[in-house]
Design a protein around this ligand. Sequence first.
Ligand code: BTN
Length: 254
Amino acid sequence: KSCLETKWMAKNLEYYDEIDSTNNRAKALGEAGGADGTLFVAETQTAGKGRRGRCWQSPAGSSISMSILLRPVMNPSDAPMLTLVMAYAATKALREKTELDIGIKWPNDLVVSGKKISGILTEMSAEIDYINHVVIGIGINVNMESFPEDIAKTATSLRIEAGKEFRRFELIAAIMEHFEKAYEAVCEAGSLEPIMEDYNRLLVNCGRRVRVLEPEHEYDALALGIDKTGELQVECEDGSRKSVFAGEVSVRGI
Ligand code: BTN
């Protein structure tokens, strides 16, 4: 199977040999009225962006860099759920295609053997009660043979883990197929309910102790899994339960 079997997702495709950032390009097209579900793929990015203002490396030939432009009819405050939908869809697709034990590190990093293979960056253009567009960008380490020593402690590639190369367009097609299904189900339900249990099964933090880093406060807790809004439920050491919102805090395994 080589072609894309979606109904509408990624049927419009813009491909670039080199671009600053597929997220930037998707946002520009979003402002210019670009079609819902347009996919932007680049062989390499000269200014790839990561979360929290970090850079993201996208070496030509070995990585996947892509962004999807979406026009969901939902409250802007619900848009962060879509990042989790992409994490979920990409994990499902890559597990199927690579047979690796890939998991999700809440909220949206993909990890294998404790190291990161993929990151997701979501950007939104919205009014108070109306979303103009959402761009979800995902970068995946696919066929890198190695990483510099400092990076290799925390990052890996599908090839390093599986010991073989993968065809990137097959992976992209599989991700888009899973994403279309999950996105439609979540938009219809207005919550992560349709994928929540499955997401939690893939969540590496589930049932583990984590350190919750809030802007003003840090504490240790037990991660229980996400609820249907995507917030992480944790049990504090005094037995009380709290919801942790991805926008404000990060968690670290301990
Ligand atoms: C992270 O883990 O910090 C998020 C990394 C997101 C990288 C992708 S690559 C495609 C898209 N374009 C960008 O500039 N960033 C995202």
